[in-house]
Design a protein around this ligand. Structure first.
Ligand code: SF4
Ligand code: SF4
Length: 139
């Protein structure tokens, strides 16, 4: 979510920060590695407090599942969003989007008509754009 980077062969646009993926998946549909949760526990208590039994995101006060990701911020006067914990975001956020089918289902704005016409090339372009975001992190 919120990827920018190299654009291959003019396929698959950069993320325009429309926020649709964050809004769709933040209500209990995001996961991350246990090692990242351990990292938050040790180094990012402000994030860890939204974790409950290894799941994200829960209200630290009520213990209830949060409807909308607490780290999603809307830019003033723009239809554009940012992530307040971008460099510490969950693994699912780092890996999204992973397939063209997922992008179509979510109406992701990175996709272009020509990607649908040539899905093999579209997927290749997506994988190149996402390479940095998907890299393994040592927690
Ligand atoms: S953690 Fe960041 S990237 Fe992930 S859903 Fe929330 S705002 Fe979006
Ligand atoms: S839906 Fe696609 S274009 Fe919109 S923020 Fe998510 S990754 Fe970016």
């Amino acid at each position: 979510m919120f990827k920018t980077g190299y654009r291959a062969n003019n396929n698959v646009k950069e993320c325009n920060q429309c926020g649709k993926c964050c809004i769709k998946y933040s209500n209990g549909r995001l996961t991350t590695a246990a090692s990242q949760i351990d990292y938050w526990y040790d180094h990012k208590p402000e994030i860890y407090k939204y974790v409950k039994d290894g799941n994200i995101w829960f209200d630290p006060e009520t213990g209830k599942q949060i409807e909308l990701c607490p780290w999603l911020r809307k830019e003033p006067n723009q239809n554009k969003y940012t992530c307040e914990i971008y460099f510490d975001r969950p693994d699912d956020c780092k890996f999204y989007p992973s397939t063209l089918d997922e992008m179509v289902a979510d109406d992701c704005e990175m996709i272009e008509e020509k990607d649908l016409a040539n899905p093999k090339q579209g997927q290749k372009s997506l994988d190149i754009i996402m390479k940095d975001s998907r890299q393994e992190f040592e927690y």
